[in-house]
Design a protein around this ligand. Structure first.
Ligand code: CA
Length: 634
């Protein structure tokens, strides 16, 4: 199921009447949030955007300096990436903000004017460095490790001196970006540690007050993090902060994040923090260039894709970091908005000219396989904390509001799409409620009204996927109806020799209990499940199967039995949902060739439910026998 996007219900009620610092955001205060906890934002693309004509404004639409707006909303630190030379030989920028040292200096100076400190994020590359890409700058290609370490040290030292001379208040220096076992073209920890220590010595000499930060991605893999921390310690890498990216779509749960950061802090004695995080406020795209998080992707989305959902995400990530004893959270590219062209062609010209897209075509000389093929616009304009016209979203205020909290009505603000799976020929049955995501990110069922004409148009005899629109709590929602005759049971007719998916449990003294091949005793095909009791024995067993990969929906379970000489019998089919019996249907063994089918209909399965079907047979001999066949779950 995916989250439906929608606007905050009460957004319209506030516009025009509220004072600039008031909004309708609900924010639960973060318990134990230290006074000196760092809130930062990476705004590396801001200079390119402003060059292209973007003007940032506050929530009322008044043009404002971006840095002042961020400071007023509780953001005391600015993060900026630095590429060694993101230009081709003719001077065309690679894009992604064309973030060379000169750009970082301009950003550092602007931040300092607002009293904001700077985290300088050296990628030690000419363009994006991440777990998949750790290419050395062209100027350093072909250097020996010793030469590369010296070039990196000198570059770091010169860059920091220039930043300081320009008036930037560099408080942290990040040596490499998302260096998951690779950095600047090196892929072994001895070489990486050598480069990191070269950078660290430059920081200690040039800016002794600045703190050194190392940065990794994929905290969902706690073992990797603990192992990397060990590699660093073993080689005595000099650093102060172990930082991580945390993108909720792929990077595990908040509980895991807290656990992993806490482990690293205890293991290393270093500070920990989140150096990058973000969350989408809409699934729409603002610049005709597709977004990483858009419609139809496969990723986790624990919050609504709304302004309130984005604020909830930041608030909850902060709480997870505080709970780990961490020192801060930096939001990634919170101001990377669309350049504002009316179509792709106009935007393309702006991306190429000003470097406001993720990559320009010119980056192909350095990164031919990715940037060279897929260059384009901003892939995260829906994760900024500004709308597509660069106007501040209410979510931007979450950084200051989570210190005190702010009340707002708890109302449904997004809906989960519904889905039902029905067997062909069944009557259409749509859910009476859908799940709403509330302002505070709790979930609640709300009554739904479905579009009757769309429902009537579904031909339940034709397999396929149908969509029925509906309305709940004033919001739109859809129900996807899957009509299928797929049998979710494996080997339901016992025709395959492998019966490992079936679980027969003898609870009495059933003499024979196995798959048997005998066409005349099968309802269909040549095989079935067989039991027999020798004289005086008691038959008592269950035959079960765990139903795998069954999507949410409504189902029907059938199983057929035939047999005789079963005295004092108790026979029923049953369904267990999450280990609890949800329904049963009695049936009986009568005589040869007299098949009885036990049917359990309208079985409701929700996402993630564990479903088990079974048959219970209890009777007395002597000579009780029976055949079981043709089980289905559709
Ligand atoms: Ca986009």
């Amino acid at each position: 199921m995916k989250l439906m996007r929608c606007l905050l219900l009460c957004l319209c009620l506030c516009a025009g009447t509220a004072r600039a610092e008031e909004n309708a955001l609900y924010v639960r205060a973060v318990d134990g949030l230290p006074e000196d906890f760092i809130f930062g934002m990476d705004v590396s693309s801001v200079i390119a955007l402003e060059n292209a004509g973007v003007r940032f404004s506050d929530r009322d639409g008044t043009a404002r300096d971006l840095f002042a707006l961020l400071r007023e909303n509780g953001i005391g630190w600015i993060r900026v990436r630095v590429w060694v030379n993101p230009y081709d030989e003719a001077g065309h920028g690679f894009g992604g903000g064309n973030n060379d040292l000169e750009t970082a200096i301009r950003i550092g100076r602007r931040a300092a004017a607002e009293g904001q400190r700077l985290l300088v994020d050296f990628h030690y590359s000419d363009f994006w460095a991440d777990p998949a890409k750790q290419q050395a700058p062209r100027a350093w290609a072909g250097l020996s490790l010793d030469e590369k370490a010296e070039a990196l040290r000198q570059y770091t030292s010169d860059a920091l001196a220039a930043l300081q001379a320009a008036g930037a208040d560099v408080g942290m220096v990040q040596l490499g970006n998302e260096t998951n076992g690779a950095m600047c073209g090196e892929r072994d920890w001895d070489s990486i540690a050598r480069l990191m220590n070269a950078g660290a010595s430059a920081v200690r000499e040039t800016l002794p007050e600045a703190r050194i930060c190392l940065h990794f991605a994929n905290p969902e893999n706690g073992d990797a993090y603990r192992s990397w921390a060990g590699e660093l310690a073993q080689r005595e890498v000099d650093y102060d902060i172990f930082a991580t990216s945390y993108y909720p779509y792929w990077h595990g749960t908040l509980e895991n994040l807290t656990g992993v950061l806490g482990d690293i802090r205890r293991q290393t004695g270093k500070d920990v923090m989140v150096a990058e995080t973000s969350y989408a406020w809409t699934l729409e795209d603002g610049d005709f260039s597709g977004n990483t998080i858009g419609e139809g992707g496969s990723y986790e989305h624990p919050w609504a894709f709304s302004v309130q959902g984005q604020a909830n995400a930041v608030r909850d990530v902060t709480e997870a970091v505080v709970n780990a004893g961490g020192i801060g959270v930096f939001y990634w590219e919170g101001a990377w908005v669309p350049t504002g062209g009316k179509d792709w062609e106009e935007n393309h010209r702006l991306w190429e000219t000003f470097g406001t897209g993720w990559a320009s075509s010119y980056a192909g000389v350095y990164d031919p396989d990715d940037a060279g093929r897929y260059y384009g616009g901003c892939a995260c304009d829906n994760q900024a904390m500004f709308d597509f016209s660069a106007r501040a979203l209410d979510s931007l205020s979450v950084f200051r509001l989570m210190r005190t909290g702010q009340d707002a009505p708890i109302v449904p603000e997004a809906l989960m799409d519904a889905a039902v799976a029905l067997r062909a020929g069944a009557a259409l049955s749509l859910p009476e409620t859908v799940e709403a995501v509330m302002t505070d990110n709790t979930r609640a069922p709300v009554g739904v009204t479905w579009d009757e004409s769309a429902a009537r148009a579904i031909d339940m005899n034709v397999e396929g996927k149908y969509t029925v629109p509906g309305t709940a709590a004033g919001l739109s929602v859809t129900c996807v109806v899957t009509v299928s005759s797929k049998n979710y049971l494996r080997n339901g007719g016992f025709e395959s020799f492998d019966t490992s998916m079936w679980r027969a449990t003898d609870l009495g003294q059933t003499a024979q209990l196995y798959r048997e091949e005998k066409a005349v005793d099968s309802i269909e095909g040549k095989a079935h499940w067989h039991f027999y009791s020798a004289p005086a024995n008691t038959v008592r067993f269950t035959l079960e199967q765990d139903v795998r990969d069954v999507p949410a929906g409504e189902y029907r379970y059938e199983i057929s039995v035939m047999g005789g000489d079963c005295h004092g019998q108790t026979v029923y089919s049953y369904v267990k949902i999450n280990g609890e019996e949800a329904a049963r249907c009695e049936t009986a063994f009568t005589q040869w060739n007299d098949w009885h089918t036990a049917v359990i209909d309208r079985i409701r399965v929700a996402d993630g439910d564990r479903v088990t079907i079974g048959l219970y047979v209890e009777c007395e001999g002597p000579g009780a026998w029976g055949k079981i066949d043709d089980a289905s779950f559709r």
